[in-house]
Design a protein around this ligand. Structure first.
Ligand code: FES
Length: 189
């Protein structure tokens, strides 16, 4: 004689905690996976603003690569002028005001302004300008460059690195950048 429990046996077996069949194990695995995914998703919702807050300063750090004002166009000519570039330095968690980022030479070439980083492309020493010879020279290993930045001698693997320069309303602004040293091509770092 069959009982009411026996009548529901095929479906009821799916909910039997003692059921050790492969099908039951597979169903339990899927259920656990679903609960885990749901839990992770719910946990991520309140964490999202915190992650955004933590990453925010990193985004601001990139903003420091903006054009920096260096003065009036009239102060520059075919004789190179050395300019120090200052900006607020923002790392992941702090801000330092008016920090010197580096320097460049600004010179008029064929009526157009050019800015050369003072960092020698060989190993980064500061390049000087020799007005008597109209050349840029590096004191460390004697690399020499023409007034337009072309290598004339020494171990420098490439010309002086140009920086982006902008003229607007009679004012000049320069974007400071560093480049990999000792390599033949200009690579921002
Ligand atoms: S660092 Fe300028 S020549 Fe070596």
């Amino acid at each position: 004689m069959s009982s009411s429990d026996d009548r529901g046996a095929p479906d009821g077996a799916a909910h039997d905690p003692e059921d050790r069949s492969p099908e039951a194990a597979s169903r339990r695995g899927l259920l656990k996976l679903g609960v885990g995914v749901l839990g992770c998703g719910l946990a991520a919702i309140p964490a999202a603003p915190a992650v955004g807050y933590l990453l925010y300063p990193l985004g601001r750090e990139r903003a420091v690569g903006a054009f920096l004002p260096v003065g009036a166009r009239t102060q520059f000519s075919a004789t190179p002028v050395r300019i120090d570039l200052h900006a607020d330095r923002v790392d992941a968690w702090s801000r330092e005001r008016d920090v010197k980022l580096g320097s460049c030479w600004v010179v008029e070439v064929d009526g157009k302004l050019q800015a050369f980083s003072t960092a020698c492309p060989h190993l980064g020493c500061a390049v000087d300008y020799e007005p008597g010879e109209a050349k840029f020279k590096c004191p460390c290993h004697r690399s020499a460059f023409t007034a337009t930045g072309v290598v004339e001698g020494g171990p420098s693997p490439r010309p002086l690195d140009t920086l982006e320069i902008e003229e607007k309303d009679g004012l000049v602004a320069i974007r400071f950048q560093r480049f990999r040293q000792g390599v033949p091509h200009k690579e921002p770092v």
